[in-house]
Design a protein around this ligand. Sequence first.
Ligand SMILES: Cc1cc2nc3c(=O)[nH]c(=O)nc-3n(C[C@H](O)[C@H](O)[C@H](O)COP(=O)(O)OP(=O)(O)OC[C@H]3O[C@@H](n4cnc5c(N)ncnc54)[C@H](O)[C@@H]3O)c2cc1C
Length: 465
Amino acid sequence: MTFADTTTSIRQLQEQVTGRVITPEDDGYDKTRRGFNLTIDHHPALILVAENAQDIAAGIRFAADNASAIAGIAIQSTGHGQHIAADGALLIVTSRMKDVHINADTRIARIEAGVIWEQVVNAAAPHGLAPLLGSSPHVGVVGYSLGGGIGWLARKYGLAADSIRSIDLVTLDGELRHTSATENSDLFWGLRGGKGNFGVVTDMEIELFPVAKLYGGDIAYPGEAAADALRFFRSWTSEAPDELTSSIAVMKLPNLPEVPEPMRGKNLVIVRAAYVGAAENGAALIQKWLDWRAPMSNSFHEMPFSEIATISNDPTEPVSTHYSNELLNELSDDAIDVIVRTMTNSASPLLITELRHAGGAIARVDKNASAIGNRDAQVYMQLAGFAPTPEAKDNVMAAIRHYKAELHPFLGGGVYLNFLLGEEAERRAKDAYSPESYARLLALKAKYDPENLLRYSYHLVTSVA
Ligand SMILES: Cc1cc2nc3c(=O)[nH]c(=O)nc-3n(C[C@H](O)[C@H](O)[C@H](O)COP(=O)(O)OP(=O)(O)OC[C@H]3O[C@@H](n4cnc5c(N)ncnc54)[C@H](O)[C@@H]3O)c2cc1C
């Protein structure tokens, strides 16, 4: 059966839902399908822009009824995390499901599937409360948290997934299910780490934390300091309290007219951090860097939590990048040599290697509490390059392969799901889990999605039909 044979069903679907059904011929198709990473240029067979859980259930039933005409079901909120093109799929878009409700007494936020972090930050701030967002406030709460979610409070309060108290979702039988530590606990366990593999989440309850202010910012050093700075970062973080979450990035500024001439194509080292606690204690920790070497710039100051996005200043407009990650148990001198050699090689298309200091509260959570693995990794390493054309993307991918081959002896073997892209995301998703958790996830997959309709939400296993 082709999709053209199902036009009656499409019309029926539009009659059943409050939201909008969009075909490739309709206005708005291109705008709605577009994600944040322009290297993923997907062409779904049909888009359902859901307004509520009933719309999502209708979409899922439609997909099941028309399974022979569609390639599966993909889920998109902000599009920041599309890792593979959902060509020929039904794309369920949740971006209009935007309700946020804060209960300041219980310190719980109830959010709908399309809510972005900025909304929660702004709604929680008047109560002196904060959620566990990451570097960008425009990322979606659900996609981020189901993949783990490492943010600026991670060492103090854990991953965003650890802050989830309940998840409501529509499973592939069209049923709306409530999951928590006590209800449908098998699904609750697997969703936290298994992302969109078991259904489409409609609502979540997440814990908030009493953080009204933080001491944060970044300092920059010239590229020549990279090796020494990485070694200093290693010793600085080895003594860091859990109140401090930090990262160090070795960057190459693009050779573009937008970059001031003296810095074009040059390397830069950026140390970013957030300290939760008395500002003078945070300042004392940053003073160690200032005493080590005078930076080129220093933006550290006490700020309201609502300004947390200024620490990373992530791009707000769609970008064309290809990226990857690895997890390290330690940052050895040999690994530092490879990082510096790669990032200062003017021929390399890689623009950034960022190392995030993990551990702390992330590592203290019981390994069996959710599907999330690799909790003892000390460093989350992200690598990325600019990929505006297929040739540039191939070039970046080849550079990443070479980089990883050189780093191989120093890697822990684990990956972090939220920072995986493309074919590597399919191939290496299992490295995000312990063998026991992976086996448990496969059993859940066989129970809740035996046909692997949700195959665009990180392929747990290629052997599922
Ligand atoms: C600029 C930028 C900054 C980032 N910073 C961080 C960071 O600091 N820390 C970190 O951990 N990650 C970070 N990420 C990665 C981010 O967490 C993932 O890309 C995440 O998947 C984005 O979720 P989304 O819902 O916004 O994206 P979308 O592309 O809309 O969704 C991505 C995936 O999430 C799942 N999903 C989304 N909604 C649902 C739902 N309702 N039900 C079931 N599954 C769903 C699906 O698998 C979907 O394919 C960043 C990404 C970008 C682009």
